[in-house]
Every structure is written in structure tokens, then in C-alpha cells.
Design a protein around this ligand. Structure first.
Ligand code: ARG
Length: 478
């Protein structure tokens, strides 16, 4: 490669066709090494597998293969130590590594045999995405673990459940937290399925139409861990799709965006709970901030940022959908823009899951405020209708009767459970003296013990089920 101060560079990788290199402006515009350098470990793993395959198929001697392997190991060590000199003029991670290798190991001039940057980058990204899915899954497991701990301690804390942000029916705080567990467990499952779909090797697809050389795609795929449960290699079935396909990028960003929707909804609940108006929960100081002007303020900034970051995750998904929708097959340089949104979604989701976990870990319920709110007898208006249903009143009629009583209690300024037996019997003759027993919260919760309901035994069972599930998932290591 030659380089000059004018920025005119003739690329050794494709220089033959060109009299002079791209302008400095074009290089600044077209480089991707500033963001794809992080693919280096995957690019090097891919190159090592490719070199091993070339040797196996007689296109490299074992000596050449070993020299290439040693050179790549050395380069990776330098990169990890921050001693590798990345050069923008070499465009991307692939050319930086290949050229650094060729400068040290002459045989590296053969490394790009039967390979294109198109199948190379597709392979790198699948390796990256498999690894990323594993990391996101580990972060999700850790978050769910903290949610389970919190729920464990909140089984006796009762709060109003809300619809339309209006008080609806009583639930335990544990049941509310277990709703989040369900959401994040679905994310866990989604990233697991995603990792399975990512587990197919595009290497050997070349630029678009494979190669005339006698390669062994399955061998390289096996070396890179693109294998099924039985250890059989999995390779892509169409060379054109393999280099043009970005479905996995979109899927990954989509799973991240949905996970973001989940942590944003959790954040919104916690922001409400930590307000003076609700007062159900107290946030740890470590994840709140003060005001530069108002001395009393303790703002839930980590939660607000989580809500904000979820917008970014949706933006990344949208970028990828728009980027790919109108592209003719196969590779187009537009596709270089596919990496920043994927990397940003990965980084954002990983950091957010960690922040949410730690914010939750430090959260405490305020039992007095929860008890005060859940003591509202109107939360049991539906239970009162069920009382009449047990006495044979059709539910629609019972609903109307209780509605009448609610209106009466409002008009008289008397809590629903403090109306007299005479007053309620005047509205419907099915009420007996035991009608006030409906307002016992303990009884109301114990009446909800069917699967998925907030009864105490049901909640304990769900906690145990999730703990087991989480252990099994971690065990499987997927
Ligand atoms: N940096 C490029 C990208 O990320 C690598 C593939 C380049 N291929 C090509 N035909 N120019 O898309």
C-alpha cells in the first residue's frame, strides 16, 4: 500500500484496477474502521478458520497456515493491548488486519483465496450476534434474578393494581413484579431463539456466487462453532442471500427495541411509585440525582434515562428496516451502515439492563403508604359483585347493584364498607350481615389462587417456578 499526504491511496487489496486511490474526503466518508474495529476478535477467528480450511483443501501448506495463525494471534494480542495501529486509509477492520498480517507473514497474501469481504463481514457479524445474544441473555437472567429477590420480599406487601391509571383491584407487589419477570423471560426466550437462527455460517459464499476453488465450507463452519446440537455443521444455502441478508440485524434490533419497551414500562411504574403522590417505593440514592436549584429534589434519573434509551432502540430498528428495504440483491455499500445501529442497540440494551437491575436492587417498598392506598374499599367492589353472584344474582345485575352502592357512598361521603346493612339491603335484598367480610384483604387475596392469579400460594409457586426456570436456563448456558 502506498500513502501520501494528499490522502491519495492505492489499495493493495484492489489497487490493480486503479491508477490512483480515493480522495481523502472519500476515505473519511467511506471508512468503517472507526466503528467496525470491534469486530476484530470475530474477524480473526473467521480468518483462522478460513486459513485452516484452505490448508485442509490444499490451497495453503501447513507451514503457511501456522504462520498465518501465529500472525493473527499476535495481531489480536496487540489489538487487545491497545497497541495496534488502526488506519482509516485502510477502510475497515478486515483490510486493516489483512494488511498488517501480510506485512508480517508473506503467505497472508493467500488468505483471501476463495473469500470476499462480503462473506467475511457476514460471518463476522453472525459471530458477533451469537456472542451478543449470549451476553444480553446473561444480563436478562441477572435482572430477572433481582426481580425475583425483590418479589420474594414483597409477597406480603399489597398495593392497588391499576387500569387506566385508576385504582382497580388489589394485588401483591410480588405479583406486580412477577409481571415484569414474565416480560423479561420472553425477551430471554426471544434472544435464545435468535441465537439459534444466527448459528449458520455464510463463509464460502464469496462475493456473491461462491468460488471455483475446491473449498470445504462445512469444515470452516465446524471450526467456528456453527454446529447443531448433534455437532453437525450448519452453512447457508444460497450464496446470494448469504451476502445480502440482514434479517438477523433487524431481528436483533427488534428484540432489543422490545426489551427496551419493557424496561421503559417498568421505569414508568417505578417513577410513579417513587413520586410523593404514590409513595409506594423509595429509590436508592445511588441511582437518583438532585437538583442544582431545588434542594429537596431526589429525581429518578436512571429510570427516566431508561425510558429515554428505549426510544433510541426503536430508532435503530427503524434505521435498519429503512436501510435494507429497497436494496437490489446482493451486497451494496449501503450495508456498511448496518453496523452502528446494531452495535448501539447491543451496547444500549446491555447497559440499560444493568442499570435497571441495580436500580431495582436498591429499591425499597414503603409498607405504610402501600397499606394506606390498598385500604381503599372500592378496590373490592368487584369482589362484592362476586358476593352477589354467589347468592344467585346474575353478574350484570350484581354489577349494577354495586355501582348504585358506590354512587350512594360517594353521595353520602361514607366509605363503601361503612354503609349500613339496611342501606345495602334497601338496594338489593341478597345482602346479609356477612357482606362486610368481603372487605377483608387477606380473604380477598386467598380467594385468588388459580393459575396466574395474585393469591399468596400462587405467588409463592410462581416464584419457585421462575427460580427453577432461571437455573435451568443458566445451566443450558444458551
Ligand atoms: N466495510 C464493509 C461493510 O461493512 C465490508 C464489506 C465491503 N465489501 C465491499 N464489497 N465493498 O459493508
Amino acid at each position: 500500500m502506498s500513502s501520501s499526504n494528499t490522502g491519495k491511496v492505492v489499495q493493495a487489496t484492489y489497487g490493480g484496477r486503479f491508477a490512483e486511490g480515493p480522495s481523502a474526503l472519500m476515505l473519511r466518508f467511506s471508512e468503517s474502521v472507526s466503528f467496525d474495529a470491534r469486530l476484530a476478535p470475530f474477524d480473526i477467528a473467521g480468518s483462522k478458520a478460513h486459513a485452516a480450511m484452505l490448508a485442509r483443501c490444499g490451497m495453503l501448506s501447513t507451514g503457511e497456515r501456522d504462520a498465518i495463525h501465529a500472525g493473527l494471534d499476535q495481531i489480536l494480542a496487540e489489538i487487545n493491548a491497545g497497541r495496534f495501529e488502526w488506519r482509516t486509509a485502510l477502510e475497515d477492520v478486515h483490510m486493516n488486519i489483512e494488511q498488517a498480517l501480510t506485512a508480517r507473514v508473506p503467505a497472508a497474501a493467500k488468505l483471501h483465496t476463495a473469500r470476499s469481504r462480503n462473506d467475511q463481514v457476514a460471518t463476522d457479524m453472525r459471530l458477533f450476534l451469537k456472542d451478543a445474544a449470549g451476553r444480553v441473555r446473561a444480563a436478562l437472567r441477572a435482572l430477572v434474578g433481582v426481580l425475583l429477590d425483590l418479589a420474594e420480599g414483597a409477597q406480603a406487601v399489597l398495593i392497588p393494581g391499576y387500569t387506566h391509571l385508576q385504582r382497580a383491584q388489589p394485588v401483591s407487589a410480588a405479583h406486580h413484579l412477577l409481571a415484569y419477570v414474565e416480560m423479561f423471560a420472553r425477551d430471554l426466550e426471544r434472544f435464545g431463539e435468535f441465537a439459534k437462527r444466527a448459528n449458520v455460517c455464510p463463509l464460502g459464499s464469496g462475493a456473491i456466487a461462491g468460488t471455483t476453488l475446491p473449498i470445504d465450507r462445512e469444515f470452516a463452519a465446524s471450526l467456528l462453532g456453527f454446529t447443531d446440537a448433534a455437532g453437525r455443521p450448519r452453512v447457508t444455502g444460497n450464496s446470494m442471500d448469504a451476502v445480502a441478508d440482514r434479517d438477523l440485524f433487524v431481528e436483533f434490533a427488534s428484540h432489543c427495541a422490545l426489551c427496551g419497551v419493557h424496561f421503559s414500562r417498568v421505569a414508568e411504574d417505578l417513577i410513579l411509585w417513587s413520586s410523593a403522590e404514590f409513595g409506594f417505593a423509595v429509590m436508592t440514592e445511588a441511582f437518583t440525582t438532585g437538583s442544582s436549584l431545588m434542594p429537596q429534589k431526589k429525581n429518578p434519573d436512571s429510570l427516566e434515562l431508561l425510558r429515554g434509551k428505549s426510544a433510541r432502540l426503536q430508532g435503530n430498528l427503524h434505521t435498519l428496516l429503512t436501510l435494507t428495504k429497497g436494496l437490489p440483491l446482493t451486497y451494496n455499500r449501503d450495508l456498511q451502515e448496518d453496523k452502528p445501529p446494531v452495535f448501539d442497540s447491543f451496547d444500549t440494551v446491555l447497559l440499560s439492563l444493568e442499570v435497571l437491575r441495580e436500580t431495582l436492587r436498591g429499591m425499597r417498598f414503603n409498607p405504610a403508604r402501600c397499606a394506606g392506598a390498598v385500604a381503599d374499599p372500592l378496590l373490592l367492589a368487584t369482589d362484592l359483585a362476586d358476593y352477589l353472584v354467589r347468592k344467585g344474582v346474575p353478574f350484570r345485575a350484581a354489577h349494577h347493584v354495586i355501582g348504585t352502592l358506590v354512587a350512594l357512598s360517594e353521595k353520602q361521603g361514607v366509605p363503601l364498607d361503612k354503609l349500613s346493612l339496611e342501606q345495602v339491603r334497601a338496594v338489593d335484598g341478597h345482602f346479609d350481615a356477612d357482606w362486610v367480610d368481603v372487605f377483608d384483604l387477606g380473604t380477598a387475596m386467598r380467594a385468588r389462587e388459580r393459575t396466574g392469579m395474585p393469591g399468596p400460594r400462587q405467588t409463592a409457586g410462581q416464584l419457585a417456578r421462575w427460580r427453577k426456570h432461571l437455573d435451568a436456563d443458566a445451566e443450558a448456558g444458551a
